[in-house]
Design a protein around this ligand. Structure first.
Ligand code: PHE
Length: 401
């Protein structure tokens, strides 16, 4: 046993079982770039997959909310845009790859704000080992114990078919590998303001991993989730015909990494063709993005009664707004129907007013129109707003208040 835990380094533990990793406290010597060099890199796979591949093969339950047409983009019932790079796990494991990275575009219907966009990029990474003493020796050679939240616990258990010790080792190896990746990515001089980077591990849940973890990075006053990870569910490996293996996988949000690395304030900038944006990245040496002049916001409110029998999901509303205004919309917020009190509310708070007599629901949204590249005139915002209103009437039969 003792050989399995060769060195112990502490990482500060916070209350509520969270851990903060500060660059200078972590051994950077343990992993070099060559450690990553032998991962097979896969890209260019089609974004169109079957829901079976995106969900069922990964043990998603039938009633998982991600399957809903309000959350994912379907071409028809048998074809959809992948919502995550994990959709390719089975096929890659089936090819016999046991150390791989896969980069791809992924698609989700989501809220509108500075860190969400309906298309973004992920990198999936996985490493599997022989589920036997020889495989575990390989894990052991690369494992340093980090004393933080338990890797495996009652609320984040190892899988029934796994030897708990193997599961523990694989989870440790996962954390070590990702912490090293994080330090390689963010640990360099000059990232952001120069203040120490704050990274935390949180217990998580994914249908296709157990135990599962998320990693968040503190950026511009809030915690930004940058990856999900965990010990791969055995069912995934069984489906891929590699039942004799055990291992880990992670999925990393690439835009968010770039936002943190270069202090890019808004995810929509990645789609800008503006020279003032693009030219900053021609010289790869840049460390901090220089925002170009800010243009004013233009707020427009819309409140309406929905039809009793036509459900209008928040993501439907956001899609209408995006279809009309494209990248000229910065965010959308929602307030309770009767009063439309905006200041205290959080983005897209679920809050609706149901009329006691007519039983109809009133919704109220505030749309913030703003261009990244120029000043938007009030007339232009009004024009966009009236197109949003007519689309809402046409597509969902709403009655404007
Ligand atoms: N696919 C997950 C997501 O997009 C991330 C993930 C990947 C989690 C691999 C666990 C393992 O949120």
């Amino acid at each position: 046993m003792h050989k399995i835990f060769p060195r112990v380094r502490r990482v500060s533990s916070l209350a509520n079982g969270r851990v903060e990793l500060l660059g200078n406290q972590y051994p950077t010597d343990s992993v070099t770039n060559s450690h990553y060099a032998d991962f097979t890199h896969i890209s260019s796979l089609s974004p169109l997959v079957s829901p079976f591949k995106n969900f069922d093969e990964l043990s998603f339950p039938q009633d998982h909310p991600g399957r809903a047409v309000t959350d994912s983009y379907y071409v028809n019932k048998d074809l959809m845009l992948r919502t995550h790079t994990s959709a390719h796990e089975v096929e890659v494991f089936r090819r016999g790859e046991d150390k791989w990275l896969l980069t791809a575009d992924v698609y989700r219907r989501d809220e509108i704000d500075g860190s969400h966009y309906p298309v973004f990029h992920q990198m999936e990474g996985a490493r599997i080992f022989s589920a036997d003493a020889a495989g575990m020796k390989e894990v052991e050679e690369r494992t340093i114990v980090i004393e933080d939240v338990p890797h495996v616990s009652a609320t984040n258990p190892s899988q029934p078919t796994h030897d708990p010790l193997y599961s523990e080792l694989v989870a440790q190896n996962l954390k070590l590998s990702l912490n090293s990746l994080m330090l390689t990515l963010f640990g360099g001089a000059g990232v952001g303001s120069g203040a120490p980077l704050r990274v935390r591990w949180i217990e998580a849940y994914f249908p296709f991993t157990s135990p599962s973890f998320e990693v968040e990075v503190f950026f511009r006053g809030k915690w930004l989730e940058i990856l999900g990870s965990g010990v791969v569910r055995q069912a995934t490996l069984d489906t891929a015909n590699v039942s004799n293996k055990i291992g880990w996988a992670f999925g990393l949000g690439l835009e968010r990494i770039a936002m943190i690395l270069y202090s890019i304030p808004d995810i929509r900038l990645f789609w800008s063709t503006d020279e003032r944006f693009i030219s900053q990245f021609k010289d790869k040496q840049i460390t901090t993005f220089q925002p170009y002049s800010k243009y004013p916001s233009c707020f427009k409110d819309v409140s309406f009664w929905t039809q009793q029998d036509v459900a209008l999901h928040e993501n439907d509303f956001c899609d209408v707004v995006r279809d009309v205004a494209g990248d000229l919309v910065e965010d959308v917020k929602r307030a309770s129907g009767s009063l439309c009190v905006f200041p205290a509310m959080t983005p897209l708070q679920i809050d609706r007013f149901v009329h006691p007599k007519s039983n109809r629901t009133s919704l109220c949204y505030r749309i913030n129109y703003r261009s990244m590249d120029r000043s938007l005139s009030n007339e232009e915002a009004n024009e966009l707003q009236s197109r949003v209103v007519s689309q809402l009437k046409e597509q969902f039969g709403v009655e404007i208040r």
